[in-house]
Design a protein around this ligand. Structure first.
Ligand SMILES: Cc1cc2nc3c(=O)[nH]c(=O)nc-3n(C[C@H](O)[C@H](O)[C@H](O)COP(=O)(O)O)c2cc1C
Length: 347
């Protein structure tokens, strides 16, 4: 049985799980159209994750994809953090505010304990995926035993081989064009491979089904990825304008006005691609000091954004977007999926 049959999909299209942007309505709408809806739960508490899953399952009975972060939790490093706070102090002062005195670990990792695993086992999605690394072997075994498909992001060949050898079902080939966080296992090692090249590379060396992600905005690009050997594609940026996405109005506006993106670790502590904004222009100077680790850096970035946006400056938001954002279309879910599937058949 191929991947689409296993997931009962009409279209080879996965809605990218997008922490902070995913909503039950968006996931359900995409799934109801015959593509795969998802919830990005990497930034959710256990209780919020449960509520979102149950709400989605009330709206739709078709397969659902859940996503979590598998970063190695690091202990606070007071010296690096104090330096980073000091570096961002002038940005706070522009808005007559003072930065926090310490940074907190605002997101747990799926690896920290089995709470999220137990939630997955209880709510039984069709697919669960992981970003930033592999789950523990006992977690993979438990998911397998429950008949839940697994997928992990790979940004280079070594990661893809680790994924395959760990017994994960699907490799999510995330090219450098992708919006949001790079899925690199080690944030210091980024091969920055383009999506098409990564699909070719993984196809040549691995046997698991591949889902291609990064910069895919239209049906022709989907077909190209399928022709290279991907079983499906995962698209994030293209779905941001959908009415039921949680994107803030200023973010939606910026997607259409500001057509360029850049990768930076300064927002969250891990490299991520966002619309070009203050982080890239002010903070990412050649003299930039070491950024606090993920998610400690994200703690202060969120506070800075909250302060700045109260003064009408939205340039410190985490406005994640892929490098092909200039091809974005203002379409709602159903219209976008219809258009994509039509384009897939056109030359
Ligand atoms: C707003 C946004 C949030 C994202 N959040 C997540 C996430 O929570 N988990 C994840 O695995 N990938 C996340 N990604 C990355 C996507 O899974 C995917 O790799 C990317 O969207 C593909 O590139 P594209 O945006 O050009 O389509 C996010 C992407 C965007 C644009």
């Amino acid at each position: 049985m191929d991947l689409l049959q296993q997931l009962q999909l009409k279209h080879p299209i996965f809605l990218a799980p997008m922490a902070g942007i995913s909503t039950p309505a968006l996931a359900a709408e995409v799934s109801e159209q015959g593509a795969l809806g998802s919830l990005g739960l990497g930034a959710s508490s256990l209780s919020s994750a449960r509520e979102q899953i149950l709400a989605t399952q009330q709206l739709s009975t078709v397969p659902l994809h859940l996503n979590f972060f598998c970063h190695q939790s690091v202990a606070a490093d007071p010296v690096i953090e104090q330096n980073w706070i000091a570096r961002l102090k002038p940005a706070f002062e522009k808005f007559s505010a003072t930065p926090p005195t310490q940074l907190n670990c605002i997101y747990p990792s799926f690896l920290d304990n089995d709470d999220f695993l137990n939630l997955v086992l209880e709510t039984r999605p069709a697919l669960v995926s992981f970003h930033f690394g592999l789950p523990h072997p006992h977690q993979i075994q438990a998911l397998k035993h429950a008949g839940i498909l697994t997928m992990v992001s790979a940004t280079n060949l070594v990661e893809a081989q680790l994924i395959e050898n760990a017994g994960i079902d699907i490799i999510n080939a995330q090219g450098v064009e992708a919006g949001g966080h790079r899925g690199c296992f080690n944030p210091e090692i980024d091969a920055a491979i383009m999506t098409a090249d990564l699909v070719r590379l993984i196809k040549a060396h691995c046997t698991r089904p591949i889902v291609a992600a990064g910069g895919i905005m239209n049906g022709q690009q989907i077909r190209f990825m399928l022709d290279l050997g991907a079983s499906a594609v995962q698209m994030g940026t293209a779905f941001l304008p959908a009415q039921s996405s949680n994107a803030h109005p200023k973010y939606r506006q910026a997607l259409f006005e500001q057509r360029t993106t850049q990768i930076s670790p300064s927002i969250s502590g891990r490299p991520a691609r966002a619309l070009l904004q203050h982080w890239h222009k002010e903070i990412d100077q050649p003299t930039r000091i070491k950024v606090a680790a993920y998610p400690y850096a994200y703690d202060i970035a969120k506070q800075l954004h909250a302060v700045a946006s109260k003064h009408g400056d939205h340039g410190y938001g985490a406005f994640w977007a892929g490098s092909n954002v200039a091809q974005i279309r203002n379409l709602d879910c159903a219209a976008l999926i219809e258009q994509l599937t039509l384009e897939m058949t056109q030359s």
